[in-house]
Design a protein around this ligand. Structure first.
Ligand code: BDR
Ligand code: CA
Length: 321
């Protein structure tokens, strides 16, 4: 069974993806080995607490949880304007208290190192926040990331504009050095960029569909989160006037379980770490087909309808079980 480490900064769409993962785990399709939280959408304490609450909500509070490595002198702002002051739609107080203890928790980079050493070649890392934890693990223990079966990243923007600057997407812009390190340390990362994730709109109608199927604390959370994120995505013009919640981070799960919904190209992905206007830009040289020094598979097309239909079915399953 696929063993997963979910590296995340919840984050509305992170929380949603974590629920999707829990559904697939309940269906016996994966084993959630650890969740490693990262600083990003909000500070590391809140991403940890949010992840803990979402694990409890889905019934997976026993899963090990790491606290995010913090980086001094990082200039990037968080994304509280999109995800709420608590990082999770300002509704995290409606959830049961966190079961994991932030103060006593192991750091995410150490947890990643431990697990990769314990299960070499077996673990898929789904990285849906800034890549700080993965880069820190590689710095502490060079070569460790090569022990992952696969590293699947939500991040970057190639043929579409960024969502933080014209050139850069949030997860990469937040810590470009970390992203560059991870990409240059692995030969086979999978990259799910804004090019496809900006098409993944979870609509208010889908939330209603879930609510009409079953009503409990989980469906209420999904409905409230969808409502908050829909407003935020509209306010910041991320959905071009269409109502819906952009579930970017779920694309990593689609890659693993619904690969027929994605089309990839092979490329050598690089990250701009110096540029005045282009800091955090992801790019590959399109003049050549990458044959020898490619490091990634980049998704550039998605079957939006198919992917969202599978997501909806799986979330309904979790809500009823
Ligand atoms: C990414 O940035 C974050 O705000 C989201 O959670 C997602 O991981 C999209 O650019
Ligand atoms: Ca995220």
């Amino acid at each position: 069974m696929t063993k997963i480490i979910f590296d995340t900064d919840p984050g509305g769409d992170d929380a949603f993806a974590l629920l999707w993962l829990q559904s697939l785990a309940k269906q016996g399709l994966l084993e959630l080995i650890a969740v490693t939280t990262a600083e990003g959408n909000i500070n590391s304490k809140l991403t940890f607490i949010n992840a803990s609450k979402v694990l409890s909500l889905g019934g997976f509070e026993q899963v090990e949880l790491g606290r995010g490595v913090t980086v001094k002198n990082l200039q990037a702002d968080d994304a509280a304007h999109i995800h709420g002051m608590d990082g999770m739609g300002n509704i995290s107080n409606n959830l049961p208290a966190a079961k994991h203890d932030f103060e006593k928790a192991v750091y995410s980079d150490d947890l990643i190192i431990d697990k990769l050493n314990a299960y070499p070649g077996e673990i898929t890392i789904l990285a849906v926040g800034p890549l700080t934890n993965l880069a820190a693990a590689e710095t502490k223990n060079p070569g460790i990331l090569e022990k992952a079966k696969e590293i699947v990243i939500m991040g970057g923007a190639f043929k579409v504009p960024g969502n933080v600057t014209t050139h850069a997407e949030f997860n990469i812009y937040y810590n470009p050095e970390a992203a560059a390190k991870v990409l240059s340390s692995c030969n086979d990362t999978v990259v799910l960029p804004l090019d496809i994730t900006e098409k993944l709109l979870f609509t208010p109608e889908m939330a209603e569909d879930i609510m009409s199927n079953s009503q409990n604390s989980l469906t209420q959370f999904i409905s409230d989160l969808c409502g908050f994120m829909t407003e935020a995505n509209l306010r910041y013009r991320q959905t071009k006037g269409v109502k819906g919640f952009l579930v970017h981070d779920g694309a990593t799960i689609a890659y693993l379980f619904y690969p027929e919904t994605l089309l990839f190209c092979r490329a050598k992905v690089e990250v701009e770490t110096q540029g005045k206007h282009t800091l955090g830009k992801t790019f590959f040289d399109e003049r050549f087909t990458a044959k020898t020094d490619a490091n990634s598979w980049v998704a550039l097309q998605v079957d939006t309808e198919g992917l969202l239909a599978s997501l909806l079915e799986d979330i309904k399953f979790l809500c009823m079980n």
